[in-house]
Design a protein around this ligand. Structure first.
Ligand SMILES: [Zn+2]
Length: 455
């Protein structure tokens, strides 16, 4: 059987401990790159040896394919539960997609151990159906971000959290490549984009970012900060992604758009060309996220503002997989979406809890970051000097915040004044307001007309 890394063995130990102390549903937290599937595979192989029956559930086709390969590599015999695939109930390990498993519960037979991949999805109804059906089974969820969209915990599903290594540790130990994080200023105005179901409404977001000028900056900053690197650019919609790819090509940089709808063989061809460095930039919409690995990625470009911490972590860390051919690899992250100011940096220490109501403190993560105006790298705002290029933060930045504050103050006063005008019922009252504020008298008759005040 495959040997676990020390921290992986540690996680297994803590998970077993939690089960033996009476928890029935345990959620294990480990960052991308920690080797979650291998750790879980080890536990499943062990259960198989003990004659227990395991169900490994994933929520996407790509993840199912990935688990299938990993388990095969690990020598774990298993059946597949997927649409259009015949079942072999005699196998003691089954890998299945959520939807199909939920439909075939009667046929699967008894299960002792359930593993839920990407367990932050485990609150959906289909998961609940499955868990309710196998009430006696010990259930293990694994995820990098044990939180829902909107930030609340998974306490209504799991009873215990087992926390694995941190991103910083994985970087120290060489299991993840270090990174440089750039957040160039963007002209996109996302502040007014409405939020639904915990994230920006895509159609409105597209309008805010699908602009030639904004995309031009993306291309220019790739040139400046990651020129020639193999990069993945995360976009908002297909239209936006295609537009970004076209602008890269127009600048003489080989780029292609791919998405979940792209024909499978075409997608394979594109990814193969990317692997051979024939294509430099892959533009996509949330595709290369969970479990969909493209080897050789050196840089990511975040062009999709998101409120989802899970999505942010998955996308920003995509290029941090170590490269055996390049032991000195440093991933480059170019954040055009301002996501680090919403969520902090990828290796920030995060305090995960199962609480359904998130801690207020969590929402403040990221507010303490600042972007260096000279090199665009991101660092903690209490520092006066950029740790990367030595640029000293000008005092003007402070004045800017003051000016911002003043503008807000002016807006507030204006609002209150509007209310007063709104309350005025007679021309005299309007005149009073005009005198107090030094308005011209023409203002009185104009407003009076609008409000329908006579005399
Ligand atoms: Zn700097």
């Amino acid at each position: 059987m495959i040997a676990l890394r020390p921290y992986q063995a540690d996680m297994v130990h803590h998970i077993m401990n939690s089960f033996s102390q009476g928890a029935q549903r345990v959620c294990a937290v480990a960052p991308c790159g920690a080797g979650k599937t291998i750790t879980v595979g080890w536990m499943i192989a062990r259960a198989q040896l003990q004659g227990l029956r395991t169900l490994f559930i994933v929520h996407r086709k790509e993840l199912l394919e990935q688990a299938d390969r990993t388990f095969m590599d690990m020598g774990i015999r298993h059946g597949i539960i997927a649409p259009g695939t015949g079942m072999d109930p005699s196998q003691t390990v089954q890998i299945g997609s959520t939807q199909t498993v939920a439909k075939r519960l009667e046929k699967i037979g008894p299960i002792d151990f359930i593993v839920i991949d990407e367990a932050h999805h485990a609150t959906a109804n289909t998961w609940r159906t499955i868990m309710a059906y196998y009430q006696q089974a010990e259930t293990l969820g694994v995820t990098a971000t044990p939180a829902r969209l909107g930030g609340s915990g998974l306490g209504d599903v799991f009873q215990d959290l087992v926390i694995g290594p941190t991103v910083q540790q994985l970087i120290q130990w060489g299991n993840l490549a270090p990174y440089r994080y750039f957040a160039p200023p963007s002209k996109a105005n996302v502040g007014s984009v409405p939020v639904r179901m915990g994230d920006y409404i895509k159609s409105e977001l597209e309008t805010a970012v699908n602009d030639a000028d904004i995309i031009g900056d993306i291309v220019a900053n790739y040139r400046k900060l990651a020129n020639g690197m193999q990069a993945c650019c995360y976009c908002v919609t297909r239209k936006h992604s295609e537009h970004v790819a076209a602008m890269f090509r127009a600048a003489g940089i080989s780029a292609q758009h791919v998405d979940g709808e792209t024909d499978k063989s075409l997608r394979a061809t594109i990814i193969d060309r990317f692997r051979k460095r024939d294509i430099n930039v892959l533009c996509n919409v949330d595709l290369f996220g969970e479990g969909f690995d493209v080897p050789g990625m050196e840089a990511v470009i975040l062009a999709r503002p998101t409120q989802s911490l899970t999505l942010y972590i998955q996308q920003s860390m995509r290029a941090m997989r170590p490269d055996p051919n390049n032991p000195n690899k440093t991933a480059v992250i170019i954040d055009h979406a301002g996501n680090c100011f919403r969520h902090g940096l990828p290796d920030d220490d995060r305090e995960w809890t199962l609480k359904v109501k998130p801690k207020r403190k969590r929402e403040d993560t990221g507010t303490s970051l600042t972007m260096c105006e000279k090199c665009f790298q991101v660092y903690e705002s209490h520092l006066r000097t950029c740790p990367y290029c030595g640029y000293v933060k000008p005092v003007a930045q402070k004045e800017l915040t003051q000016a911002d504050g003043e503008l807000q103050e002016i807006a507030r006063i204006k609002r209150e004044q509007r209310m007063e005008v709104g309350k005025a019922r007679t021309k005299q009252e309007l005149e009073q307001i005009a005198i107090e504020r030094g308005y011209k008298l023409g203002w009185v008759s104009k407003i009076a007309k609008v409000k329908g005040i006579r005399g």
